[in-house]
Design a protein around this ligand. Sequence first.
Ligand code: NDP
Length: 295
Amino acid sequence: ADADKRIDGKAFAESLRAQVGDAAAAFEKLAGRKAGLAVVLVGEDPASQVYVRSKGKQTLASGMESFEHKLPADTSEAELLAMVARLNADPAVDGILVQLPLPDHIDEQKVIAAISPDKDVDGFHVTNAGRLAVGQPGFVPCTPLGCLMLLKDRLGSLSGLDAVVIGRSNIVGKPMAQLLLAESCTVTVAHSRTKDLADVVRRADIVVAAVGRPEMVKGGWIKPGATVIDVGINRVPGAEEGKTRLVGDVDYADALPVAGAITPVPGGVGPMTIAVLLRNTLVAAHRNAGIALDQ
Ligand code: NDP
């Protein structure tokens, strides 16, 4: 039935958060302190404010310490770099997240490079990107790692499956492709210059769409029985005048009858991102404190 095809990311994220909560309590007993996540927000971008608030709330709810630093939009690059340096040196801070995008006058790559790779729970530092590429332990970007967890939960082994990732950004597409390669998938990465995208997608047992184009992927592009992970979060005009609604990069209603399993938007990949961030922070805390974590 179509209902069984729906991959419930919200429920999965809830159980992951519960697991993290248990492990965070155990960490506190062993380490004599809570695991801590610092989140830095520069400026007043409304979407970023919502993300930062919900990260803070969920960090506290998991029994970890949350340090929120809200800086004005005219903060200089030097001031932000100084804040990152302070957080790098602070033993109460296990993970550091600088909310992107940053204002135009600040070089994002420079700020990411300043974060200690061992506190880079977003996994955006080149050191962590390199570790992922060569198969060393490090931090993996939260959204693609969440996608991989949903895939493995649904499919078990991914070995030998044909996977197509649509999108090649540093935060989603590229790390997703690396993760699938590490699981022994045959990986194709598609992007805006890809020819005959529908034909490329039709070969795939696994489709991960991370494009940012509302409902671009149609049911007719999907191989019957394929598993579809929709990363896209796109706001479009709703049925009622003046209202909006969220849709993914996949035309869900069109793809549902063809796919073997598919994530909805909202309630699919979206809730996984923060849950994985909390997990990464807990892993960082264990490494920083030299305490083993069996996971
Ligand atoms: P980017 O804009 O950085 O990357 C989009 C990618 O899609 C690019 O590689 C681009 O190709 C490719 N692309 C654009 N148009 C087409 C097209 N017509 N056909 C094929 N490929 C195309 O986006 P992100 O990776 O940051 O995010 C992707 C989506 O995922 C967005 O909707 C975003 O909101 C969502 N997202 C959701 C998260 C969550 O669930 N928590 C977290 C992060 C993102 P090219 O490189 O050639 O330009």
